[in-house]
Ligand binder design. Structure first.
Ligand SMILES: [Zn+2]
Length: 264
């Protein structure tokens, strides 16, 4: 490591479970980040500050005045700019060693299938039910780990999905794609600013641990996989709920059937 990089990442290098090899793993890592809103801004900020090598970042939205209270990479001068472009400029000032590939467009299945195989881990920082289900389905099909989070009003949730592990639940095992909840757009219901910051940081932390574990076999870092983490900021309470694979899941069960048919 160059001296300034060694100094920058020295506190991670001192951490049990990360050390110098973990720092090197982060510097070689490629993250696909979908969404540049309240979750995506803190996730991108802390991943790049932690030395992630490349951030591939999708969002077709532009900055508006209602975003500024939560989306802390942006200021009034960014209003009207594509979020990923303004975000990449902000990260260029704070963490110039991270390569940021800014894609000012909304993802679809074909874009996901092109981008997911190039990434070590995917972060879902979107706020639409159908998009969340699509990202999960394409990560399962591409056997790529996914860190998913959501936040509304005072409540947040976090879930880690690793389709490389055959016994693990995917997002659709827990949240049936056919049963869309009552629409919870934050424009209608509101959302606490520090809540999205905390949930985006939790996503960054799980992505960091996943990368270090994958590329540094000596690491003893545990995972939040197989749990649904629920955060209530009104009462400052956290809860972890054990989750398990649904044998009738319309997403991961059909992918397993396809894989089994391919082996016959
Ligand atoms: Zn599933």
């Amino acid at each position: 490591m160059a001296d300034h990089a060694a100094l920058r990442h020295s506190r991670h290098a001192l951490l049990d479970g990360i050390d110098d090899e973990g720092v090197a793993a982060l510097q070689a890592a490629r993250v696909l980040l979908i969404g540049a809103g309240g979750l995506g801004c803190p996730a991108a900020l802390y991943l790049s500050a932690s030395g992630i090598g490349r951030l591939h970042w999708f969002d077709g939205d532009k900055v508006d005045a209602t975003n500024l209270a939560r989306q802390t990479l942006f200021g009034p001068a960014d209003i009207g700019q594509f979020k990923v472009a303004a975000g990449a400029a902000a990260l260029g000032r704070t963490s110039p060693e991270t390569e940021v590939i800014a894609e000012p467009r909304f993802i679809d299945a074909s874009l996901l299938d092109a981008a997911i195989p190039l990434a070590d881990v995917v972060l879902d920082c979107t706020d639409q039910w159908s998009t969340r289900q699509l990202i999960n389905a394409r990560c399962v099909a591409n056997r790529k780990p996914l860190v998913s989070a959501a936040a509304i009003e005072w409540s947040g949730q976090l879930m880690c999905i690793d389709p490389r592990q055959s016994d693990q639940a995917c997002y659709a095992c827990v949240f049936d794609p056919q049963t869309e909840p009552v629409a919870h757009a934050c424009g209608a219901y509101g959302v606490l600013s520090p809540l999205v910051g905390a949930m985006g940081c939790l996503q960054a932390a799980e992505a960091i641990k996943l990368i270090v574990r994958s590329r540094h076999p000596g690491s003893s870092l545990p995972s939040a996989a197989q749990t649904l983490t629920l955060v209530d900021m009104k009462t400052a309470s956290w809860q972890q709920v054990r989750i398990s694979r649904n044998p009738a899941c319309p997403v991961c069960q059909s992918e397993r059937a396809k894989a089994a048919a391919g082996r016959d």
